[in-house]
Design a protein around this ligand. Structure first.
Ligand SMILES: [Zn+2]
Length: 91
């Protein structure tokens, strides 16, 4: 990861903290179970994608970076709209 990640884009502070490989989803087993996922369609049958999470200790701005595998699946994931293909009047 390069230099820009080391400075908060909100307050320009350098008190940034990172946690790697935070799960992007959770499965709750049982009769009332279910699941919750923030990157639907970008994981595998066995694994949710992970985030690297960066929090600014000064202002609290929190950034989530999807892992490389998840990013690699975006182009083949129909639910994930490529914004640069959208016209300026849409959305
Ligand atoms: Zn900040």
């Amino acid at each position: 990861m390069g230099g820009p990640l080391q400075v908060c884009p909100e307050c320009r502070n350098r008190s940034l903290h990172r946690k790697r490989q935070v799960p992007s989803g959770v499965t709750v087993p049982g009769n009332v179970g279910g699941w919750f996922e923030l990157l639907p369609g970008l994981g595998t049958t066995f694994r949710y994608p992970t985030f690297d999470v960066i929090v600014c200790a000064q202002c609290g701005l929190t950034r989530f970076y999807a892992d490389a595998d998840a990013c690699g699946r975006l182009s083949e994931a129909p639910d994930w709209e490529l914004l640069s293909d959208a016209g300026p009047a849409s959305g």
